[in-house]
Design a protein around this ligand. Structure first.
Ligand code: SF4
Ligand code: SF4
Length: 302
């Protein structure tokens, strides 16, 4: 098996929201986008990080005492990591008895990851499920992703790729034959707005969507619904009209904004730019979903 390895920050078994059936969702670390509402801040950076889970900290001070770089400190009754001083030596992780200091991201070989995935084959078979590679953006670890997909196919496991669509076409070409389903994010068709909210243009994302569709890919479109960003009828009508021209779309999912990422930003000592946003009301989600139903799409909301 290939010796290439990848950085994974979470492996979620028995997942039921990332494609058909019961699935294992593997979260890749690293993303080229910086969506201001992102609820997985631990996915954004490619490299390993450490974080402090506040409620587990018993303030024993062992991390401060054992840090060789003077990078741990108490500020306002909180144990902080001074990121400019931290050299990621992980000493504080090993001395923290209450597991409040954690490593985010771990290197897996293809073999290690596939071994974990294979454990749940009976569940995949019974439920017509499989594995979903998510993130972050899995395409930024393309060689690792490709090898994992190939191994899954060798083992007759259904594969899905949860992608922002932001990557070179050559990356998509490599994985197309080993990917049974694309969970493809569309945020807005307004390129100016897209750039401002995510840091990148949507041009390449839309081009790739057209191209995978021409290659007969099966596609589930995922639209994150973000208050004051893309929650108008006009936004959704534009997207629905665009998607009508794309073949292979089996489902459109409208994903309501939520605040579940809030604590994670705190643990990582990062600012959460969507802190004051509230989820969109159910009635409004229903109204927006009608736009897609009217255009004959299968729709799922959550
Ligand atoms: S070692 Fe762990 S529990 Fe002790 S102060 Fe540091 S983070 Fe808190
Ligand atoms: S990882 Fe090492 S350098 Fe960074 S805070 Fe912990 S002990 Fe200090």
């Amino acid at each position: 098996m290939s010796q290439v390895s990848g950085n994974i920050f979470s492996i979620q078994r028995y997942s039921i929201h990332d494609g058909p059936g019961i699935r294992t969702t593997v979260f890749f670390k690293g993303c080229p986008l910086h969506c201001f509402w992102c609820h997985n801040p631990e996915s954004q950076k490619s490299e390993q990080e450490i974080q402090v889970v506040d409620f587990r900290c018993i303030e024993c001070g062992l991390c401060i005492k054992n840090c060789p770089n003077d990078a741990r400190k108490i500020v306002d009754d909180k144990i902080l990591i001074l990121k400019d001083k931290c050299k990621l030596c992980m000493k504080c992780v090993s001395v923290c008895m209450s597991k409040a200091t954690e490593v985010v991201g771990r290197e897996y070989t293809v073999e290690e990851l596939i071994k974990k995935i294979i454990t749940d084959v009976p569940f995949y078979k019974r439920s017509r499920g499989g594995v979903t590679f998510s993130g972050g953006e899995p395409l930024i670890q393309i060689e690792f992703l490709l090898e994992c997909l190939k191994e899954c196919k060798k083992n007759n496991i259904h594969t899905a790729l949860d992608t922002s669509g932001y990557g070179t076409w050559s990356k998509f070409e490599k994985i197309l034959n080993f990917t049974d389903l694309f969970l493809y994010d569309i945020k807005t068709l307004d390129n100016k707005k897209h750039k401002k909210a995510t840091g990148v243009s949507n041009k390449i994302i839309l081009e790739n969507l057209n191209r995978i569709s021409e290659r007969n890919a099966k596609i589930h479109i995922r639209i994150p619904l973000i208050p004051n960003f893309n929650d108008t009828s006009k936004d959704m009508e534009e997207i629905a009209n665009y998607l009508k021209k794309i073949k292979g779309i089996e489902l459109v999912e409208l994903l309501n904004f939520h605040q579940l990422g809030y604590g994670k930003y705190k643990n990582l000592q990062r600012q959460y730019l969507a802190e004051n946003l509230k989820p969109i009301k159910d009635e409004r989600i229903k109204e927006l979903s009608e736009i897609f139903i009217k255009n004959k799409f299968n729709i799922k909301t959550r």
